[in-house]
Design a protein around this ligand. Structure first.
Ligand SMILES: [Zn+2]
Length: 271
């Protein structure tokens, strides 16, 4: 856990309550992005309504997470089921934010990594559904990476390692993935995965992005094999959306990467 006990217990309670509340509100915006980015619709403007009957939602039906729970997951007007994806995305965003701040404390990295976590949620759901990672989301992560390098160079952020570790991060895993795409002619993975690892590599640095890739590949193959085994009867052809697994790898590396890498490099310094 990060070292921020100096702000006092009360301040920590306020901080995490705020993170939770802002987290679920931003989470409900992520639901809008998840729905509208693949349709290439305008974000915002239009008033929120029931997808089924068109019932315009009033303010108390728009409270993230709580409205869904109170209404029992149904529209108040027509009783149509509201997807459980909405409250899950809202709660997940809040939880991922709290864990980032728990791990990184009151540092600039926490801001960058919270934004990155939200992008990873949107990217995962869209990739799982459409087998495509929208380029704008990868660009957004790359901007976070550039911001971290700039904060590092100006001495504002306390990222470990010199700045060029992040430039190496941008090319090492993405270069390998690009090679795989060229060899398998895009059957193994897609161009979106290459760009994701380039952007996240710039944000995390080379050691961390290699770890993220390993976690993502292990998770991806295990879960994919399980899903293929469970789905045998239906004989549905499975296309593996690799993005969600890479996203989990990236997130877990943000949280646990430093201790794991320290532990691993400890083997070599002790010998
Ligand atoms: Zn309705």
């Amino acid at each position: 856990m990060a070292d921020f006990w100096y702000i006092g217990h009360n301040a920590i309670v306020v901080l995490f309550t705020m993170l939770f509340l802002v987290g679920i509100v931003v989470g409900s915006f992520l639901n809008v992005l998840i729905f509208r980015i693949p349709l290439k619709e305008d974000i915002a403007v239009e008033r929120s309504h029931c997808m089924h009957c068109g019932h315009i939602l009033s303010w108390y039906e728009l409270i993230p997470l709580f409205s869904w729970i109170i209404q029992g997951g149904k529209c108040r007007a027509c009783k149509a089921k509201i997807s459980i994806q909405y409250p899950i995305v809202e709660a997940l965003n809040a939880i991922l934010w709290m864990v980032v701040v728990w791990a990184w404390g009151l540092r600039w990295e926490s801001v960058l990594f919270c934004i990155c976590s939200s992008i990873l949620i949107v990217l995962s759901v869209i990739d799982e559904r459409t087998q495509e990672i929208p380029i704008g989301l990868n660009i957004a992560i790359a901007i976070l990476g550039a911001a971290r390098v700039i904060l590092k160079l100006t001495g504002v952020a306390t990222a470990t390692g010199p700045w060029y570790e992040y430039l190496i991060g941008a090319v090492c895993v993405s270069g390998l993935f690009l090679l795989i795409v060229l060899i398998t002619k895009g059957r193994g993975m897609g161009g979106g995965d290459v760009k994701l690892m380039a952007a996240a590599g710039l944000l995390l640095g080379w050691k961390q992005i290699i770890l993220a890739m390993m976690i993502g590949c292990i998770l991806g193959s295990v879960i994919h094999l399980l899903r293929m085994a469970l789905d045998k009867k239906k004989k549905k052809e499975h296309v593996l959306a690799f993005g969600p697994y890479l996203a989990i790898g990236i997130y877990l590396t943000i949280i646990f990467g430093n201790p794991i890498i320290d532990w691993y490099s400890g083997f070599f310094t002790r010998v």
